[in-house]
Design a binder for this molecule. Structure first.
Ligand code: SAH
Length: 192
């Protein structure tokens, strides 16, 4: 899998990929992850990326121009890209989508919103998938991007040490996983 996280705060997401299974996947070149700072595509001397909501209202909205410019640059560099926009208004992310991502050969770009969200012309003007990780509101799209990438990467053959780990796992066959135990056989009167 090749992923890019486009964000105002790329460093906030980067550390996650330096540990455990995500780190191993990168070392085996089964995952390539890049971070792109939206600020680099900001407008003018101050690299502006947001503005007040058109017509009034609370908070700030991410401007369309920096996002279009960033995606144009990526398309030019990588050819066809698959664009995912995390949003509470999207279709809910499920295991099937994780499997779909794990098999994607194109570069997957996660366009992370902040504040009140992203100017709607981004989703009007660019072919993308709007995906939610659940019915609640977070402060940014970085955690949703991490959730989706993590769920997909562990499905790539060779990422988990033991390929049997995926067998019988929750959602792998429409059921949930079974209870797991480790030693000792009896703990505080409870048996395995
Ligand atoms: N005003 C928006 C919420 C913006 S939250 C609304 O009412 O729908 C700011 C950003 O956080 C969003 O642009 C998105 O990138 C991210 N985000 C928040 N909750 C999310 C969720 N449940 N799933 C995916 N992304 C989410």
């Amino acid at each position: 899998m090749k992923c890019i996280i486009l964000s105002l705060f790329p460093d906030a997401a980067a550390a996650y990929f330096d540990y455990s299974i995500m780190k191993r996947a990168r070392e085996k070149s089964l995952l390539t992850i890049d971070f792109c700072s939206l600020r680099d595509f900001g407008m003018g001397k101050h690299r502006i990326t947001d503005d007040v909501p058109y017509g009034g209202g609370a908070g700030m909205v991410l401007k369309p121009d920096p996002i279009f410019s960033a995606l144009d640059a990526m398309a030019q560099k990588y050819g066809e890209i698959r664009v995912i926009m995390p949003s509470p208004q999207g279709i809910v992310f499920r295991q099937e989508k994780a499997l779909d991502f794990s098999r994607e050969s194109r570069v997957i770009v996660f366009v992370c919103g902040r504040y009140e969200g992203i100017d709607a012309r981004v989703s009007e003007g660019i072919t993308l998938e709007t995906v939610s990780i659940g019915d609640y509101v977070l402060t940014g799209g970085e955690l949703p991007a991490l959730v989706m990438i993590d769920a997909a990467v562990r499905l790539i053959p060779g990422v988990l040490g033991d390929k049997d780990s995926l067998k019988g796992e929750s959602f792998s066959n429409g059921l949930l996983g079974y209870p797991q135990y480790t030693r000792p056989a009896e703990f505080r009167g409870m048996r395995v």
